[in-house]
Design a protein around this ligand. Structure first.
Ligand code: ATP
Length: 284
């Protein structure tokens, strides 16, 4: 869907490039995660792909054509849910949605979406009376209101309670099942694990890693197995390398002779990998 080659971008007021020559692709129908510490350029990359920022070097191809060659009709295909919800606070939820609907040729059934996210009964309420979580959910409905083919989402579940976060994630999965493509930015690694087909870690304006969550875990995992077994009336624990495990006499003796309590391979979490790949903790 997108092919990005040597993308470089500098904000006019800055001395240094914010995006320093990144290349990657977003495939049709995948959920692609763009991750990295605060300030590395994730939102800037999103804005370049959404055509909200111009003046970049390199190439962005959308469906095989230079993004620059697309007219405003491009915005019909794109749904955008930025992190900070911006709504007209003196208007109701419904009035807000109706305002934005007028900007598009084709629109979704927003009543249905409002029902899904639990806001239908609040549609006549002014946004000024909405809680933070309600604004976030309305923001998501707004991103979906033009029946987009690609969704750009920035922290879509941040600030939501678990039930509402689940509903949003279910809608994102359904969007993908119907052929939609998603570019997701989030600091919530559980969401990444659950949703993303592939992900890129950004560090200092560059892409440090790009892969599937599973392959990243294998690459950065410690390839060991922990085994707990009964030794008399005590639970004992041993760790073995997965390499050549079948020929490890100590391991096979335990398997043959002992009562096994637990056995599992060690896997790094995406949180661990985030820190290894980008060199910083998420909250820095
Ligand atoms: N309009 C702007 N003018 C100048 N510099 C900017 C502008 N917007 C962002 N930047 C700078 O560009 C860099 C990347 O910002 P960006 O918002 O893309 O980061 P991010 O990875 O999305 O961070 P976060 O996770 O905090 O949202 C930061 O150093 C930021 O200060």
């Amino acid at each position: 869907m997108y092919k990005i080659k040597d993308l470089t971008f500098k904000y006019p007021k800055n001395k240094e490039d914010t995006i320093k020559g990144i290349s990657f692709e977003i495939r049709d129908g995948e959920i692609f995660g763009l991750l990295g510490p605060s300030g590395v350029g994730k939102s800037t990359t999103q804005k370049l792909l959404i055509k909200l920022l111009e003046g970049y070097k390199g190439e962005i191809l959308y469906k095989g054509k230079d993004l620059k060659s697309y007219s405003n009709s491009y915005f019909e295909e794109v749904g955008v849910g930025f992190e900070m919800p911006v709504h007209f606070s003196k208007l109701t939820a419904e009035e807000n949605l109706n305002f934005f609907k007028k900007l598009y040729a084709s629109t979704a059934d927003t009543d249905e979406l409002l029902k899904r996210v639990g806001l239908y009964d609040h549609r006549k309420k002014k946004i000024a009376e909405f809680s933070k979580g309600m604004k976030i959910r309305l923001n998501f409905v707004r991103a979906m209101l033009n029946n987009p083919k690609i969704l750009f989402l920035d922290e879509p579940t941040n600030g939501l309670d678990p039930k509402n976060a689940r509903i949003i994630k279910e809608i994102i999965k359904e969007f993908k099942e119907k052929g939609g493509t998603v570019l997701l930015t989030t600091h919530l690694m559980n969401d990444v694990d659950e949703l993303c087909d592939r992900l890129a870690f950004m560090a200092n304006g560059r892409i440090a890693e790009i892969s599937t969550p599973k392959d990243l875990k294998l690459k950065y995992g410690s390839r060991e197995v922990d085994i707990e077994y009964m030794g008399g009336d005590k639970v004992l624990k041993s760790t073995f390398s997965l390499d050549n495990l079948g020929n490890n006499i100590d391991f096979t003796n335990i398997i043959k002779e002992k009562e096994i309590v637990t056995i599992h391979s060690k896997e790094n979490t995406l949180d661990d990998i985030f820190i290894k790949v980008t060199g910083v903790t998420k909250d820095e």
